[in-house]
Design a protein around this ligand. Sequence first.
Ligand SMILES: C[S@@+](CC[C@H](N)C(=O)[O-])C[C@H]1O[C@@H](n2cnc3c(N)ncnc32)[C@H](O)[C@@H]1O
Length: 232
Amino acid sequence: MAYVPMETSTPACLFLDMGWKATACRTSVPLPSVYVMNTDHAELCASPGWAAHLHDEMLPLAIGRPELGEELLEVGPGPGAATDWLRTRVSRLVAVEIETEAAARLSERFAGTNVEVRQGSGTALEFADDSFDSAASFTMLHHVPTTALQNLLLAEILRVLRPGGVLVGADSLPSQSLHAFHEDDVYNPVEPAAFLVRLQTLGYVDITLGVGSRLTFSAHKPPVRLSELSEP
Ligand SMILES: C[S@@+](CC[C@H](N)C(=O)[O-])C[C@H]1O[C@@H](n2cnc3c(N)ncnc32)[C@H](O)[C@@H]1O
């Protein structure tokens, strides 16, 4: 029987193609930096509606069970909607933001609180090994342009977590509408099934993934270093 392709009114979502690429919706205008969020993004992430969505739905769902401990590292805080919620659950929160202006605004916003803001990349953290009890990454992984850089960021988080420490986070699932929303921006969504294997390969244990309207995850650093285990 001959194969007859299905008629669709909209272009198919590029679900299975997870490698970084220029978005099909990109204009021919050269980008100043692949890291700067587009205007729609900057406005959405700074809006009260987005903060309410994070506080009421995404953060409680993602964090649920794990204990965050005393010191938390947040990667990719943007305007700080998640930071606001997270900082009330720990003694000290260090937020690492790659965009210079966003980092400066966040620093001003949280001056005099338990939040310290550092401008830098989650792929090259300035902290010593075993510095934090927990780490958080909310709706930022899809802004990291390649899978290799995402893995580097996840490996850096693992390095700076204390043994037994936990990474918690959430990200949007791949979709055609989000692809369009990221016009002139980075869009490198995480494929949930592959994400489990990626976390395991990097060395995370006790991993929980939730796949619903978004991806939520928690993943732990092993409680004891393999090198500390004595020979049988
Ligand atoms: C979509 S915003 C999310 C902001 C916030 N976490 C939230 O959920 O509202 C993504 C943020 O991650 C930042 N970012 C992207 N790559 C980064 C990296 N390698 N290191 C640190 N921050 C990064 C972007 O500059 C942006 O502020």
